[in-house]
Design a protein around this ligand. Structure first.
Ligand code: IMP
Length: 178
């Protein structure tokens, strides 16, 4: 496992992202109009919990899950909702929190869905941006780190459900990419 982003780098960047989010959302926000923060399961859970502890903007947290990465035979653009959010996004500002944008299909789908449901605004915050793998365009409003086109694990990201609890992001070199 080669370390790509250390624990210290992650901590520093996550704090910076929290300040960027507050800069854009905090001013004049009333507690009865919270920012709806939606984490995409499962990879974003470590990122979501570290990030949102540092955000001062009044917010609500929810989670969304699509069918898992790389199901054989599934059309890449056609995602199944495994877990929908509980909160209404109608008339709300929504911030989607994702671990990594790879092909872009997951975020494109989630973004379009929340817009369709009448969100006032929908923005994306992704810890990692694997731009070279992109197949559909998605605007990333808050990006932690641009990374190379490699398979990475740690800090929530898995290979076959393993390595999520590594405190750093590493390049997985053990076996072929699933
Ligand atoms: P996309 O729909 O192709 O952008 O894929 C996004 C999802 O694929 C992420 O939320 C991850 O769960 C998974 N994924 C993409 N690249 C990697 C990687 O390098 N390591 C682990 N999971 C990945």
């Amino acid at each position: 496992m080669r370390i790509l982003i250390s624990q210290e780098q992650l901590e520093r960047r996550v704090s910076e992202l929290a300040r960027e989010i507050d800069r854009d959302y905090l001013s004049g926000r009333r507690p009865d109009d919270p920012l709806i923060c939606v984490g995409v399961l499962k990879g974003s859970v470590f990122f979501v919990s570290d990030l949102l502890k540092e955000v001062k903007t009044p917010l609500a947290v929810d989670f969304f899950q699509t069918s898992s990465y790389g199901i054989r035979g599934a059309h890449r653009g056609e995602l199944r909702i495994k877990k929908d959010i509980d909160l209404s996004v109608s008339g709300r500002d929504v911030l989607i929190l994702e671990d990594i944008v790879d092909t872009g299909y997951t975020l494109r789908t989630v973004l379009d869905l929340f817009r369709f449901r009448g969100a006032r605004s929908v923005k994306l915050c992704a810890l990692l941006d694997k731009a070279a793998a992109r197949e559909v365009e998605v605007p990333i409003d808050y990006c932690g780190f641009p990374i190379e086109n490699a398979f990475v694990v740690g800090y929530g990201l898995d290979f076959d459900e393993r390595y999520r609890n590594l405190p750093y992001i590493g390049i997985y070199e053990g076996e072929a990419e699933p």
